[in-house]
Ligand binder design. Structure first.
Ligand SMILES: *Cc1c(COP(=O)(O)O)cnc(C)c1O
Length: 365
């Protein structure tokens, strides 16, 4: 079975806005068409059960739950680990705070205690100093939230020693650890370690099937059996119980069995683009920060201007700051598309050279 065709103007775009834009592969369409299904709210969809067993096995947890989105998986985790009025410790630019529309305050009802970081990695000693014991005055800290890879830090990896240090600190204070591992497979592949080397350090992890792993929809929340039992109730409460969800879970199985190792290709293409952009006028890329499938490009002109200029060249991306663009590599970006993105940057840089030099206060010839 092949994938539906798209018009050439869509097909020819180099879409680097996010790794969420990938469309299902022909193998996924095939898997959807052939998936045995049941009613997953009643607990008898065999394809969902198979996916949940696979995700639990891969993360080294007792159980897992298929949820419609990463946002829902993260928020269910907070609600299961915490009581309203508890405090969580979380990095200040975390997705859970930045892009989940205030849900920790609304759903779990927790106080979010934020800490600065070095590219997503909080100082473990700093984390420990901020763990609060509940008393007449102070909310007690019950959860440390981590994000690996870190989205707003440009796909940055939290070093394994840090993951181990957070675990040790959490244990010595009786606190739980949740990992927003939307892209945790990218971290494992880039580090050359097993997924469990990372997930062994956390009580629960949520990862996305719908990003670099190319499924159309879905995330997996993984943890011990009692946690997942509570999580199933929260999923139902939030309206996330889905019936013949095996149609979607079938894609998730393809993701976990066929799409993990290929993440290395996305990382290689991100690096290649970052290298090719070195020395281009009007932009800069710090090569050391390109660890996985994202490239942060600093722009002299406003990032919104660069976004529009690149779009005219058929390349889509998002600004993530006033003078910063984010480019995300994924399975629908080939070597040839990577070349086209590099050419687009060079074209815009040369077209705008005079203007960029003027903005930078440099001499124009
Ligand atoms: C994408 C993402 C999520 C949640 O994704 P959904 O769009 O809700 O599926 C959570 N955390 C991080 C770090 C992400 O990048």
């Amino acid at each position: 079975m092949s994938s539906p065709a798209f018009p050439p103007e869509v097909e020819n775009l180099v879409d680097l806005r996010s790794d969420t834009v990938t469309r299902p592969t022909p193998e996924m369409y095939e898997a959807m068409a052939n998936a045995p299904v049941g009613d997953d709210v009643l607990g008898d969809d065999p394809t969902v059960i198979q996916l949940e067993e696979l995700a639990a096995h891969m993360t080294g947890k007792e159980a897992s739950l298929f949820v419609p989105s990463g946002t829902m998986g993260n928020q269910i985790a907070l609600a299961c680990h915490c009581q309203p009025g508890d405090a969580i410790l979380i990095e200040e630019e975390a997705h859970i705070l930045y892009y989940e529309v205030g849900a920790p305050a609304l759903l779990a009802g927790v106080v979010s205690w934020t800490l600065p970081s070095n590219r997503g990695a909080m100082d473990p000693d700093h984390v420990e100093r901020r763990i609060l014991k509940a008393n007449l005055h102070t909310p007690g800290t019950t959860l440390i939230c981590l994000e690996n890879t870190h989205n707003r830090a440009g796909g940055a990896i939290i070093p394994l020693e840090y993951m181990e240090a957070y675990r040790a600190k959490a244990d010595s204070h009786g606190v739980k650890v949740h990992l927003d591992g939307a892209r945790v497979f990218n971290a494992a592949i880039a580090l050359g370690v097993s997924l469990q080397d990372i997930t062994d350090n956390v009580d629960s992890v949520n990862f996305c099937l719908s990003k670099g792993l190319r499924s159309p929809i879905g995330s997996m929340l993984c943890g011990d059996a009692a946690f997942i039992e509570k999580a199933r109730i929260w999923r139902k409460r939030l309206g996330g119980g889905m019936r013949q969800a095996g149609i979607l879970a079938a894609c998730g199985i393809v993701s976990l069995t066929k799409m993990v190792d290929r993440l290395a290709e996305d990382h290689a293409r991100a690096k290649r683009l970052a290298v090719a952009l070195q020395g281009q006028p009007g932009i800069s890329v710090d090569l050391d920060t390109v660890e996985t499938n994202m490239v942060l490009v600093n722009t002299v002109a406003p990032a919104g201007d660069w976004q529009a200029w690149l779009q005219q060249e058929g390349v889509l991306c998002f600004p993530v700051g006033s003078n910063r663009l984010r480019l995300v590599f994924h399975g629908d970006i080939s070597d040839e598309a990577t070349d086209r993105a590099i050419e687009a940057f060079k074209e815009v840089a040369s077209q705008n050279c005079d203007q960029l030099h003027a903005i930078a206060g440099l001499e124009t010839k």
